[in-house]
Design a protein around this ligand. Sequence first.
Ligand SMILES: O=P(O)(O)OC[C@H]1O[C@](O)(CO)[C@@H](O)[C@@H]1O
Length: 399
Amino acid sequence: MRDPVDPAPFAAGPDAAPVVVSSVRGSFPWSVLAERHPAIVRKVRDAFPYGPGQRHALDALLENCAEGVVEPLAEPAADRARWDAWGGREHYGRSWFDVPFLWAESYFYRKLLEAVGYFTPGPWQGIDPFRPFKLAELDTPEADEELAALDDLAHRPAGEQEEALLHGSLWGNRADLGFRLSGTGSGTADGSRLVADDAGVLRSLFAGGTLCLVADNAGRELVPDLLLVDHLLRHGRAGRTVLHVKPYPYYVSDATAADVLDALRRLTAAKGAAGEAGNRLWAAMSEGRLTVRAHPFSCGPLPYTDLPEDLRREFAAADVTLLKGDLNYRRLIGDRLHPATTPFAAATARFPGPVATLRTLKSDVVVGIAPAVEAALDAAEGDRWRTGGTHALIQARRG
Ligand SMILES: O=P(O)(O)OC[C@H]1O[C@](O)(CO)[C@@H](O)[C@@H]1O
């Protein structure tokens, strides 16, 4: 268990730490906006035979996101008012690099969907521009190997299986297509390590009631997430699971309901223990023990302190809400540069109910790190451990 909360570092309040912006040339968030986003637009442009209208719109986005200012969604976008209220009114007309990093990234993906006509009635409506990359992930020898390994695991005691599946779900977060599309590499197994480990607290929170699992990426992250869910349902560690996914394609690899079905099909088509898990998950969905929810807020550019009331109530009533991945982590701690040694419980105090996170570190923000661990990592690697995807954490807070 983590140390008891020391309120001292938070004396100035959890909102005192600066929000991450992308304006410092050469910084990590700057590189995401200046390099990664243009690379993603180009990849998407090459991945589909889009017509001239969409190509023109993608080129305009390419220019706009690098040098222009944030512009409102074109009318008549159904969610225009929502984006206005989510901060658009303050941010329109400003450089992408000057608005909060979280907001800029989130809005970039919404503008990309606008450019490819994802929401516009017509043949391209509902076509996920990232689907080719997501599907390719499921169809690799590595994915086959991971599933085959379940046959051995099936003979182990349930507790051991749970631990292994938890780590599978955690490290599954490293398989992030956003890294790969822009060619920056997500690190290797060498040097990978846990910088905080509250697995014991997290596992004590699986109490047979409702688990809310807020998913992150599709493909090779979602498959181990589903395998963990199967284990928890099967062994009575969760009575039901609500799997929160994105209502539309987002951050390249984020899971949507369609991706859940692809992952489920991949599992049911597998041999051995993986196939059996797939069939159990299929049954759990049919029986309502596993439900999939795609709330608009899941694609929102805001921290979890701004949760809408329905989600707040839902998370408050769960045994635990398990947040996957880097982006959810950023939203959990407000995408603010808290001292890394800020206690996790203090930084997440306003999240409703018990909360836990499985995350590989891919951005500057982090809390809950022991001072000696932070000092050793900084000395050995400078800032690289914070953003390279090679290090991971399991953090949890009881009610
Ligand atoms: O898939 P994950 O783990 O949420 O990681 C996505 C991360 O990728 C980035 O978009 C770019 O690194 C981060 O800003 C974001 O937090």
